[in-house]
Structures are given as structure tokens and as C-alpha cells.
Design a protein around this ligand. Structure first.
Ligand code: MRU
Length: 367
């Protein structure tokens, strides 16, 4: 997508320097900073510190990390070490393991001398495929938005609500939940997006930055406002992303998503999840019982980053000194609360049968 008129992906290969470049999301939305990721430690830190974040993007980043590992030492031992180190960076989003498994399975069939080039090609493929998957999600999601728009008086906006940032910077391009929004906006459908703040890391500020850059009307709201807006008929549809969706359609996404799903259910608001197929964990059924939930630093809850009135970037403490903070980073929305899954192949119900019939080539028979 575009930043001040220039098209960017959230990561790309710098062919002159032979190195990965990323948009540093720790600096957004305040400053637009591009960083080179040159060492395995920098790959690890970029994912852990959320310089890159969002399920599809950390998968693509890990693939480039594997490519660097193969350039440094293409042995089986180093491949396994890189897999372990990159896979341990964040526990919840399945795209990380998906990308690493895909790379390792293919690389194991090759002689060590051939692995560096093949690994880099595979990382490029994963990045390109992500862009195409998200574009297709956008086209399918657009049909839902069109249907809502058709029932409204001409010119009245379709009011969407989203949580976290499932936007283009959380993927390689387009985003998942935002892709239908960009497609609808570009098709001339009037839209308004309620953007949840998403404490503690305020990914809603990233979504606002994205939507604002693309000219999509939106309002940044506190995390607790969504239920109230739904009760008052101010939300036509919720669209969120996912970090891991189980084979029966339970959806693990940023903490607070479950509460939005409950409010949507209670108010008859359709709750859709934009789901790229690499985010499906076919080995897991019951998301609440089986998905590991990342427990992040309490400091993210007791302190908050932002700019002061003079424009300088800083961190302030919002709690009394010594207050203990708790920071589960994701929650699981059971499939019964999900109206539908917007995948790259089309829209389906959040049920084991519907997912398996949408992806017969990917789903595995139950053990
Ligand atoms: O902790 P984050 O910011 O990496 O969490 C991101 C989310 O929860 C997104 O909604 C999800 O990864 C989908 S991104 C297209």
C-alpha cells in the first residue's frame, strides 16, 4: 500500500545490499523508519520486540531468517538451530511455524550447497503468495460489504468495526481484515471504520495510520466502546484478523477479540474473520484448550508509548509505582460466535466441515 504516495510492502529484499529491509513498527505511527535486518540476532529481536508483527508478516520474516541461516551455514544442524530459534520468538501465531516447516521440509531435500539460494527464493515466494492471498480475501470480503451497502440509502456509509491491526503492515501487503476495506473504498463504496485502540500495544493506532494514509474514514475508539456502539445500531459488521484458527474454526486473535464477538452475537451484528489459509492450524481442534497464549511483559500494561505535545516520542507510566500488570496477548473466540471466515478461496462457515471442504488439499483427516 502507499505511504505518502510511494508504494511499499511491509518487508522487501534490498538487492544492492543483499539484505532484508523492514518498516520498523516500533516507530509507527509516529515516525516512518526503515531498518535492515542483517544477523540472526536481529531477526530474532525484530519478531520478539514487534518491529515486525502480525501473523502473516512474522511468518514471512522467519522465512527470510531461514534464508540468512542457510547463507551462513547450510548444514542440517544449523537449519534445525535456526528453526528452533525463530520458532521460539512468538508462540501464538501459527504462520511462524507454518513458514519454518515449509522451508525446512523443502531444504532438507537439497544438498547443502544448493540451500542458500533455494531458501531465499522460498522466502520471496512466501512473501509474494501472502500478497496474493490477501488480495483475494479483499475481493471476497468486498462482496459482503457490497451486500450491506445495497441495503442502505445511497451515500450512507457501511460501518465496520475492527480490532488490533490486521492491516497491510501486519502482512506483506493489503492486510487481511483491512483488505476488504481497501477494496470497498477503492470501489467507491462509502465506509466508516471503528478502530479499536487495542491496549496495551495500541495496534489500533497502526490501523488508523494505515486507513488515514489510504483516505478511509475512521474513528479511533477505546476498547470498551464497541459493545455500546453495537447496542445503538452503529456497527453493520465486525471484521478482524486471526493469529491461529483451528480446524473446527475457533479463532485466536488479539486479546479483546472474544469480547467483541460476544457483543456482536448479543446484538445480531455479523462477526467475520479474515483468514489466510497459512493461519489455519489443522493439528488443533479446541482453541481455548490447545492454543498457547503469549504472556507478554507486564510493563506493556503499566507503561504506554506516545508523543508529547512538543512532538518528542516517550513512554509514560500509567499506574502507581509497583502495580503488578498482567498481559495475556491473545484470546480465543469459539466458532459458534463467528458468522463466517473470509478466506482466499471464498467465504465459509466456521465449522470443521466447511473448512475441510474449502481446503480439501490442506486439511488432514482426524487422528
Ligand atoms: O501481537 P500482534 O500485533 O502481532 O497481533 C496481531 C494480531 O492479533 C492480528 O489481528 C493478527 O495477527 C492478524 S494480522 C493480519
Amino acid at each position: 500500500m502507499k505511504v505518502k504516495g510511494t508504494h511499499y510492502r511491509s518487508l522487501w529484499w534490498n538487492h544492492d545490499d543483499d539484505v532484508l529491509e523492514i518498516i520498523d513498527q516500533r516507530s509507527l505511527p509516529y515516525e516512518f523508519v526503515i531498518r535492515q535486518v542483517k544477523t540472526m540476532k536481529e531477526f530474532e529481536d525484530s519478531i520478539v520486540e514487534m518491529r515486525v508483527r502480525g501473523a502473516p508478516l512474522i511468518g514471512a520474516t522467519a522465512a527470510y531468517g531461514m534464508a540468512l541461516a542457510m547463507k551462513l551455514d547450510p548444514s542440517d544442524r544449523n537449519m534445525d538451530a535456526a528453526w528452533d530459534c525463530l520458532n521460539a520468538t512468538r508462540p501464538t501465531a501459527i504462520n511462524l511455524r507454518w513458514a519454518l516447516n515449509r522451508c525446512r521440509a523443502a531444504l532438507r531435500t537439497l544438498a547443502p550447497a544448493d540451500r542458500a539460494i533455494a531458501a531465499l527464493t522460498m522466502a520471496h515466494d512466501i512473501a509474494d503468495e501472502d500478497v496474493e492471498i490477501n488480495r483475494q480475501i479483499g475481493e471476497h470480503g468486498l462482496t459482503l460489504i457490497r451486500e450491506i451497502a445495497a441495503k442502505k440509502p445511497a451515500g450512507e456509509p457501511v460501518r465496520l468495526l475492527t480490532h488490533c491491526n490486521a492491516g497491510w503492515i501486519a502482512t506483506v501487503d493489503w492486510g487481511t481484515a483491512t483488505s476488504p476495506m481497501y477494496h470497498a473504498h477503492d470501489a467507491g463504496i462509502p465506509l466508516h471504520v471503528w478502530v479499536d485502540e487495542t491496549r496495551p500495544r495500541n495496534q489500533g493506532a497502526l490501523t488508523s495510520w494505515e486507513l488515514g494514509s489510504h483516505g478511509v474514514p475512521h474513528t479511533y475508539i477505546t476498547d470498551n466502546a464497541g459493545g455500546h456502539l453495537m447496542q445503538h445500531g452503529q456497527v453493520d459488521m465486525v471484521i478482524v484478523g486471526t493469529d491461529r484458527t483451528t480446524r473446527r474454526g475457533d479463532v485466536c486473535n488479539k486479546i479483546g477479540t472474544y469480547l467483541k464477538a460476544l457483543a456482536a452475537h448479543d446484538n445480531g451484528v455479523p462477526f467475520y474473520v479474515a483468514l489466510p489459509s497459512p493461519t489455519i492450524d489443522w493439528t488443533v481442534d479446541d482453541g481455548v484448550a490447545e492454543i498457547p497464549i503469549e504472556d507478554r511483559s507486564p510493563r506493556e500494561t503499566t507503561h504506554i508509548q506516545g508523543t508529547f505535545e512538543d512532538g518528542t516520542l516517550g513512554v509514560v507510566q500509567v499506574t502507581p509505582e509497583g502495580t503488578p500488570g498482567g498481559n495475556p496477548a491473545f484470546d480465543v473466540t469459539p466458532n459458534r460466535l463467528v458468522t463466517g471466515l473470509i478466506t482466499e478461496r471464498g467465504i465459509c462457515k466456521a465449522t470443521p466441515e466447511a473448512l475441510a471442504s474449502m481446503f480439501p488439499d490442506l486439511s488432514k483427516p482426524e487422528a
